[in-house]
Design a protein around this ligand. Structure first.
Ligand code: UT7
Length: 332
């Protein structure tokens, strides 16, 4: 009996127009272009200017416009909308409802999924399971963040890293041997102190004190997170390659979360996969959390070929991490 697979049949992406350079960051914190390039690998990043009064669903709307310019589909046929983000427009309603209604996907149900930088992988896992169940045939997965909204511009250890972007993928059911083949997802919640944003939730709702204490910004212990990111992503990629009998030569593309160029290089090194097979655009776009992996796919779409064996991997707050092995479904 053939198994139903979920395959990505279209990709869209969007980055805001404003280019925030290392030089500009150096005007408000004690840092330099040289330090940021050497230690993080970022030359510039894109952000939404706060005065624009728009949020992540604006980026999502632009991303789906981009997808629709390449692939025609009937929005009424979309049955589920999953939006991976930790920076929705509002605490409620969810971003999925807003984007579905604005883009005509009014027959869909949906929800936001919070798994920080691993959000896209977790959303693919859910979409794949929906489709494999036989109940859903077309699922739209958005993944993106407006991290500039939660970045402390007075904290030089975080403000050069974070950025804004959104990607979108249409997943469809197929009986062909293509699409998502395997996945390994992990979560371990004992790392709160190392990577968090304490303000705005039910423990520290917004108050004068929470603002004064700068609780509405992301804080991280960079060194600790760095080490865990490298070992977790490398180990989970090795595991998924081993159990699918994939050699380094078989893998055409590795698509890692873009948190730090040195993390990406260390993971590639441990996998013994050359960097020309590893998608890297952190230099141009920074770390947009859930947005980085779909943004890589969007950036590389024209270079990917039907059948290419692709490993996606991410690590983020939670901790959350994982890997997805898929075969690419189309030639752009
Ligand atoms: O996406 C979610 C997952 N997040 C990650 O994976 C991020 C993981 N962590 C990192 O990418 C890196 O740890 C950072 C980029 C955050 C920091 O780089 P690092 O090489 O680990 O630097 P460090 O924290 O060890 O700091 C080294 C020095 C310190 O100075 P001292 O104490 O040696 O005098 C810092 O104060 O660099 C200093 N420093 C800076 N100097 C200039 C930290 N940030 C800056 C800066 N400019 N922006």
């Amino acid at each position: 009996m053939s198994k139903t697979h979920a395959v990505i049949t279209a990709i869209g992406g969007y980055i805001p127009e404003y280019v925030l350079t290392n030089e500009e960051i150096s005007t408000y914190v004690d840092t330099s272009d040289e330090w940021i390039l050497q230690r993080i690998g970022i030359r510039e990043r894109r952000i939404l200017k706060p005065e624009e009064g728009i949020g992540v669903t604006y980026l999502a709307e632009k991303a789906i416009e981009n997808l629709r310019s390449k692939k025609d589909f009937d929005p009424l046929e979309i049955e589920a909308v999953i939006f991976a983000t930790t920076t929705p427009d509002y605490i409620l309603p969810n971003a999925a409802s807003l984007i579905a209604s604005r883009t005509g996907m009014t027959g869909a149900f949906g929800f936001d999924l919070g798994a920080a930088c691993s959000g896209y992988l977790f959303a693919l896992e859910v979409a794949q399971a929906f489709i494999a169940s036989g109940k859903y045939k077309k699922v739209m997965v958005f993944a993106g963040d407006v991290l500039s909204a939660v970045t402390d511009t007075m904290d030089r250890t975080t403000c050069p890293i974070f950025s804004d972007a959104c990607g979108v993928a249409l997943l469809e059911a197929t009986e062909e041997e293509e699409g998502i083949v395997d996945s390994i997802m992990h979560m371990n919640g004992n790392s709160l102190e190392h990577l968090h944003m304490y303000g705005g939730g039910s423990v520290h709702p917004a108050s004068h004190e929470s603002v004064d204490q700068r609780l509405h910004f992301i804080h991280q212990n960079g060194k600790v997170v760095f080490k865990r990111a490298v070992t977790s992503m490398a180990d989970v990629c090795k595991e998924i390659m081993q159990r699918n009998n994939l050699s380094n030569d078989d893998v055409r593309w590795v698509v890692p979360h873009q948190a730090n160029l040195r993390i990406i290089e260390a993971v590639a090194n441990r996998l013994e996969i050359p960097l020309d097979k590893v998608m890297v655009n952190i230099d141009k776009y920074g770390n947009s959390s859930a947005g980085t992996i779909p943004l890589c796919l969007w950036d590389w779409e024209k270079h990917m070929r039907k059948g290419d064996k692709v490993i996606l991997t991410a690590f983020g707050a939670g901790y959350t991490w994982g890997a997805v092995y898929l075969t690419w479904g189309y030639n752009a």
